[in-house]
Every structure is written in structure tokens, then in C-alpha cells.
Design a protein around this ligand. Structure first.
Ligand code: HEM
Length: 206
């Protein structure tokens, strides 16, 4: 099967997947820094991060399916999971496959988070910082629309947002006190508030 509709759908879902992936990464760093999104309570930011992440994965499925179904490009079912084996632009498509594999791992470990050791979940989740650049380079090298114009501007804005948010998250990681110190500070603050009747601040970051 081939045709303009499939091709347009593949390109459109590719771009939107990259934009949604950017939103997911930025929201994830906000959650990591215990920060806020104006107008939303903190728990809603976590929910938004999770749901936009799931939507990203769903859209990626459409992007990949349209690539496989379109017989104009030589991309088989196995090429979706095994990187650098596609007949069409193997390197460019392979980077997308690597990104998709990592995203699959991130989604599955997040859905199973309660049953996994926290360290395993976290290690896998941190691969998002690799996943995004892989998807970005894949988009630039495999795509039709990113040679210039406003779509390139959108994707470059995504790159700036992701870099800025990742740098902020790394800074927060260095300046956040360890969990036991935060727990001790929270405990001290609660007992001070109970004895004086006045609320006292605890460690905050972000
Ligand atoms: C996280 C994973 C991925 C993301 C975020 C992503 C995103 C993108 C983007 C932004 C483009 C450029 C669209 C354009 O400029 O026209 C693109 C192109 C493309 N992607 Fe992906 N992609 C991913 C994974 C994959 C995978 C796994 C495959 C196939 C196995 C694939 C197949 C293609 C193809 C065939 C094109 C070229 C479309 C054209 O001819 O313009 N992508 N992708």
C-alpha cells in the first residue's frame, strides 16, 4: 500500500510525536524539581506528564505503522524493533528505531513502576535524555519537512526547550539535599509549627 495520505500521516505524526515528547520531557523535569505549572496543583503536573507521555507513545505507534504499511519505503516489521536493518535510509531510520525501543522501555517500566525496584525504574527513565536527541537527529535526517521553514523552527524550539529543562533538572539534582536531610527538615518544621503555632519553611527547590 502506498499513497500521499500515508506519507502525509507519517510526516505529521513524526513532527507531533517529537513536539509531544518535548512537552513530556519538560513536564518531567518540572516534576523532578518539585516545580509548578501556573494554574495547576502539583499532583496534576505529574498526571499531565504521565498522560502526555502515553499520548506520545500512541502517536509514535501511528508514525511507525504508516512507515511500515507504506510500501514506497522499504521498512519491514522487524525494522521497527531492530535498529539499522531497514532497507530505506538505514542509519536515519535506525536512530528512530533506537529511540522507539527506549520509549517502549520507559513506558513499560513506568506502567510497572510499583512492582519494580525504584533504582531500576529511575535508571531506565533517565534514558529519556538520550532518547530525545536520537529522535531529533532521526527527524532531521529521515524527514522531508525539516530542511528549513517554520517546521524546522518548531523542532529547533523543541531542542532549546529540552536542553534548558534538562540543564535545570541537572542543576536541581546537584542542589537538592539528600532524602534523609529533607525528611529531617520537614520533621523539624512540623514540630516547630506545632509548638509555636506558626508555619516554618522547609527545603524547596525549583
Ligand atoms: C521516538 C521515535 C520517533 C520520533 C520522535 C520520530 C519523529 C520523526 C520526525 C520528526 C520525522 C520528520 C518528519 C518530516 O520532516 O517529514 C520523522 C520522519 C520519518 N520517520 Fe520517524 N520518528 C520516530 C521513530 C521512527 C521509527 C521507529 C520509524 C520506522 C521504523 C520511523 C519512520 C520514519 C520515516 C520513514 C520518516 C520519513 C518521512 C518522510 O519521508 O518525510 N520513525 N520521524
Amino acid at each position: 500500500m502506498t499513497g500521499e495520505v500515508l506519507w502525509y500521516l507519517n510526516r505529521a505524526t513524526g513532527i507531533v510525536t517529537l513536539v509531544l515528547m518535548t512537552v513530556t520531557v519538560v513536564l518531567g523535569t518540572v516534576v523532578r524539581r518539585h516545580g509548578r505549572v501556573p494554574g495547576l496543583p502539583r499532583f496534576a503536573v505529574t498526571g499531565l506528564h504521565r498522560n502526555v507521555g502515553l499520548l506520545t507513545a500512541l502517536l509514535l505507534v501511528t508514525h511507525v505503522l504508516t512507515a511500515v504499511v507504506d510500501s514506497y519505503v522499504d521498512i519491514g516489521t522487524a525494522d521497527v524493533l531492530v535498529p539499522f536493518t531497514a532497507g530505506y535510509r538505514p542509519l536515519a531510520i535506525g536512530l528512530g528505531t533506537l529511540a522507539a525501543d527506549l520509549l517502549l522501555l520507559v513506558v513499560v517500566t513506568s506502567l510497572l513502576r510499583e512492582r519494580l525496584p525504584q533504582r531500576v525504574w529511575k535508571a531506565v527513565h533517565l534514558t529519556t535524555y538520550v532518547l530525545w536527541p536520537l529522535a531529533f537527529v532521526h527527524g532531521l535526517t529521515a524527514g522531508t519537512d525539516l530542511g528549513g521553514g517554520w517546521l524546522l523552527a518548531v523542532v529547533l524550539a523543541c531542542a532549546v526547550a529540552t536542553t534548558w529543562a534538562s540543564a535545570a533538572a541537572l542543576r536541581a539534582r546537584r542542589t537538592t539535599p539528600p532524602p534523609f536531610e529533607r525528611a529531617a527538615a520537614a520533621l523539624a518544621s512540623t514540630s516547630a509549627a506545632l509548638s509555636t503555632g506558626r508555619p516554618v519553611g522547609v527545603f524547596r527547590n525549583g
